[in-house]
Design a protein around this ligand. Structure first.
Ligand code: PGA
Length: 249
């Protein structure tokens, strides 16, 4: 049995005080939940405040992005070592909003993955197809390509430091969720893809989360499926009342 994970992607939404307050509330609820990992992904500027708020808890702290070079002249970017220094244990890589709005391609995602792992960060790799790709029945091909390219040169010993979040783009922030069966099917494909390059044991141990309009009213059905090891949550993670229901589901 894999422990489940509920991760909050706050995107570019909260102010620093709001983020701190929410983190304090989540940290108070977290103590009551067993066998469930919680990870918060605030924006860069909130990392210090959130770190302070959750430092006595088991909650993981992650950044929403990282640059692929170790350091140097990259104005406006943030390096992996700086995230570690600020208290981050995790980082999101390849979110569809980054792939789409910031044109991150497969190679960039792979470089970020390797840099983050080398720096000791745990990576939550996001993959998922667009509506057009789903309608053209190429979901599996797209997701397999994303997974294979992102894991290039990643050694087996790093698998325990990686989570995959399957987030169909058409379900993100739209209120439309993939059915549990559809999500579970893609999760199975992701795990099979990993088994082609890694041992059965390492691929079986990896957590594969679902993301895309996860809410208190659909979380139970998603988590009840053995293929779905948790959720990456945007909108419903911005209020303590709804996020609390998710972490307790
Ligand atoms: P959503 O976002 O829960 O608001 O759909 C999920 C995500 O983008 O990670």
């Amino acid at each position: 049995m894999r422990d489940s994970v509920i991760a909050a992607n706050w995107k570019m939404n909260l102010g620093i005080d709001e983020a701190r307050e929410l983190a304090i509330q989540i940290s108070a609820s977290e103590k009551k939940v067993a066998n469930r990992e919680i990870i918060l992904f605030p924006s860069f500027l909130q990392i210090t405040a959130v770190h302070e708020a959750i430092k006595d808890s088991e909650i993981g702290l992650g950044a929403q992005d990282v640059h692929f070079e170790d350091k140097g002249a990259f104005t406006g970017e943030v390096a992996a070592f700086q995230l570690v220094e600020a208290g981050c244990s995790h980082v999101l890589i390849g979110h569809s909003e980054r792939r789409h709005y910031f044109r991150e391609d497969y190679e960039t995602v792979n470089k970020k993955m390797l840099t983050a792992l080398r720096s000791g960060l745990k990576v939550m790799l996001c993959v998922g197809e667009s509506l057009e790709e789903r309608e053209n029945c190429i979901t599996e091909m797209v997701v397999v390509d994303q997974v294979v390219s992102a894991f290039e040169q990643v050694p087996e010993k790093e698998l325990e430091n990686i989570y995959v979040a399957y987030e169909p783009i058409w379900a993100i922030g739209t209120g439309k969720t993939a059915t549990t069966e559809d999500a579970a099917h893609v999760h199975e494909i992701i795990r099979k893809t990993l088994k082609r390059s890694y041992s059965e044991e390492a691929a079986e141990a990896m957590r594969i989360l679902y993301g895309g309009s996860v809410k208190p009213d659909n979380i139970k059905s998603l988590l009840a499926n053995e293929q779905i090891d948790g959720a990456l949550v945007g909108g419903a993670s911005l209020k303590h009342s709804s996020f609390d229901q998710l972490i307790n589901a």
